[in-house]
Design a protein around this ligand. Structure first.
Ligand SMILES: [Zn+2]
Length: 397
């Protein structure tokens, strides 16, 4: 047994409130945590970019040991799901802790080997689309900002003002906090989501998650009001040093053209702007189609909410192009399950755009009997069946 009382004398004790974030995926870190009381969620980025809870840890569980022992960046994000008290072990007290509590060393080793095996599969989700830009200066700063000239507005032609304001109910799921911009290193206020309160209602065929009384889509983008760096909240800290200067330069330019802050309650027009601002930020680095695809897909969902059919079609087309690009052309290192999700999404997007033969092909491709995920297989088979009977009816008529 690990003697917690003895440990507490050696290591620090830290408290986290519900929804407080211990760290994000990719953050540097040199501490490990042992939960004394409370529950935390382990989140990775799903293929479509939203945080996906893959595990819950409770009293006596620990996490963060990979960063402590190997200096590796955090391999997942950790958020407190309720008020949580932890022991914090760092390099300065680790040896002492292990000397006094050898059983802990054994548990850490056992845990590491199990977790490595599990994570190799789970974290393969991460490999596509959500990796921080590599620090390869010659490489990552090769900009393609030319493809979306700053001089034109950041919106594509056809984008309108929609004048919708967030429902009051959203407030229940939010709290105010502040964050440090990794680009200009200034603080700014942010709305954080109480992920512990969210209740999933349903997941659409295109993987959009619906929650009761709340829509995380409205709050996922963060924009630094000082330098105009924009990114998803769950990967906000993931920006390479090589890009920071370029982002600041772009921000100075954008500031003269776009107003990028949120009202309270926020307005959908501001949310649209935020997504287009992330696209701007993405243009600064080497273009990663899986990242741009995530934005276009979300924009298409928002346009569908405001019932702008033309913009819905346009952004769906953009999403399909970018996802196809990432599927067929980008260097890929993905798990079977991840490929299944991607082909399913390609199928749905093709279907949306009336490309039924393409959709059939993608749905067929996403069925993988050997080593595939059964739920995804079932979804693909259902979609295939529905599409086939629709096509048959069409032929008969
Ligand atoms: Zn900033």
């Amino acid at each position: 047994m690990v003697d917690i009382a003895a440990l507490a004398r050696l290591a620090g004790v830290r408290k986290y409130g519900a929804d407080e974030i211990f760290f994000h995926w990719g953050d540097p870190g040199h501490e490990m945590f042992i939960i004394l009381k409370g529950t935390v969620g382990v989140f990775i980025n799903s293929l479509d970019g939203s945080p996906l809870q893959v595990a819950t840890l409770k009293d006596g569980d620990f996490f963060g040991e990979m960063s402590l022992l190997e200096g590796m960046p955090r391999s997942a994000a950790i958020t407190a799901l309720e008020d949580t008290v932890c022991l914090v072990i760092d390099e300065s007290n680790f040896e002492q802790v292990i000397a006094q509590q050898p059983s802990l060393a054994f548990r850490i080793m056992k845990g590491m080997s199990n977790r490595l095996r599990q994570q190799n599969e789970e974290l393969s989700f991460l490999k596509q689309g959500s990796k921080p830009e590599e620090d390869a200066p010659g490489d990552s700063v090769v900009g393609s900002s030319a493809s979306l000239p700053l001089d034109s507005a950041i919106y594509p032609p056809g984008h309108k003002s929609y004048g919708v304001t967030a429902p009051e109910a959203h407030g229940t799921y939010l709290f105010d906090s502040e964050t440090l911009c990794p680009v200009c290193e200034q603080k700014f206020p942010v709305k954080m989501m109480r992920s512990s309160k969210l209740r999933l209602d349903k997941i659409d065929n295109d993987l959009r998650q619906h929650f009761y009384d709340f829509d995380p889509l409205w709050y996922a983008p963060w924009i630094c009001p000082h330098c105009y760096y924009a990114n998803f909240n769950f990967e906000f800290k993931q920006v390479s040093d090589a890009l920071k200067q370029k982002i600041m330069e772009q921000g100075r330019e954008l500031k003269t053209k776009v107003k990028a802050d949120f009202s309270s309650p926020r307005r959908i027009d501001e949310v649209f702007t935020a997504y287009y601002m992330i696209l701007q930020t993405l243009q600064v680095g080497k273009v990663d189609p899986s990242k741009t695809a995530k934005i276009w897909l979300r924009l298409s969902w928002l346009y569908s909410d405001v019932q702008d059919d033309e913009m819905y079609a346009l952004t769906s087309q953009k999403a399909l192009e970018a996802y196809s690009d990432s599927y067929f052309n980008a260097r890929r290192n993905t798990s079977v399950e991840q490929d299944q999700r991607l082909t399913l999404l390609l199928g749905e997007l093709s279907l949306r755009l009336g490309q039924k033969e393409e959709a059939l092909k993608h749905f067929r491709n996403s069925i993988v009997h050997k080593g595939g995920n059964n739920n995804l297989n079932r979804q693909a088979e259902d979609r295939l069946q529905e599409l086939r009977s629709a096509l048959n009816e069409q032929e008969n008529a």
